[in-house]
Design a protein around this ligand. Structure first.
Ligand SMILES: [Zn+2]
Length: 288
């Protein structure tokens, strides 16, 4: 299988995802041997089908925390993955809140959903899990779901980190160092002070400290969408010198082209092209 990162959803605000202006179906990471689904929120099952992803092929489902835009469709996804429990396979790696419940103590993962996979691993910051030739490390966050985690995924071809929802903290930013690609949940634009998540201003600080080969901003709030994520990504890029892409639902990125050993090639390649042109495509939704 050819490696790729596919965004099934880029909405981070229920006023957007609840009206299907942006989905929050999560992120698919495909490597040569594995297929991961991060944060199956609203739209996970539908968008996977629309973009041609076979949920039955998932190796693992990673759920960073229990909020609806991250875990709202975990049950439907696991039913689809296992043919309603008849063919349990794969692994779920999920925060404590997903496994044990958040405010109401009712877990997203019911006993039936747990039975749809071979293993459920409850993830706390710092935990490492090996799945085939991929290592997944849970990263700390500062969020209203206190057990929320981000993920660093190290594959034989590339390293990608996902911040999940978190407020800015310069110590947390250290965890993203060494990533070829950094995916940042950027709820707020430059103009708005961040409240519960990252703003474009925070992203600038993180990128200056971590310098990934590619940064992808996603999980936008309504103010970010009004400000236009494309303009925000251009300004972040200008201030950091890091290649920045504003994700759209259906964005597909070839992660191997951003791997460390290819960095020089990639950089010199970008010198020759317009700043905003990136090695990515937007997948059309499959018809029928
Ligand atoms: Zn959240």
């Amino acid at each position: 299988m050819r490696s790729r990162i596919l965004f099934l959803g880029t909405g981070g605000d229920i006023s957007l995802t609840g009206r299907s202006i942006r989905s929050s179906g999560g992120i698919i990471i495909q490597t040569q041997n594995c297929q991961f689904h991060i944060d199956p929120g609203i739209g996970a099952v539908l968008k996977a089908a629309q973009y041609g992803v076979d949920i039955r092929e998932h190796t693992a489902v990673l759920v960073s925390h229990a909020h609806t835009n991250h875990a709202g469709e975990i049950g439907s996804l696991l039913c689809a993955l296992s043919h309603n429990g008849l063919d349990p396979h794969g692994v779920v790696i999920a925060s404590r809140s997903v496994c044990q419940g958040l405010h109401d103590n009712i877990p997203r993962l019911t006993p039936f959903y747990k039975s749809c996979v071979e293993k459920v691993i409850m993830s706390e910051a710092g935990n490492r899990v090996g799945i085939e030739d991929v290592e997944i490390v849970a990263l700390a966050t500062h969020h209203t779901d206190a057990s929320a985690v981000g993920f660093r995924i190290t594959t034989p071809e590339f390293v990608v980190s996902y911040t999940s929802d978190t407020a800015f903290d310069k110590d947390l930013a250290q965890n993203y160092k060494g990533s070829n690609i950094l995916i940042l949940n950027t709820l707020y634009p430059f103009e708005n002070e961040a409240q519960e998540g990252l703003s474009s201003k925070d992203v600038v600080k993180i990128l200056k400290a971590t310098m990934p080969n590619l940064a992808i901003i996603t999980h936008f709030g309504s103010k970010m969408l009004q400000a236009n994520p494309l303009y925000e990504s251009r300004e972040i890029q200008k201030q950091t010198g890091v290649q920045v892409v504003a994700a759209e639902d259906g964005l597909c990125v070839d992660p191997v082209s951003y791997a460390a050993e290819l960095r020089q090639t990639t950089l010199s390649m970008f010198k020759a092209v317009e700043k905003d042109q990136v090695q990515s495509t937007r997948l059309p939704e499959e018809k029928g």
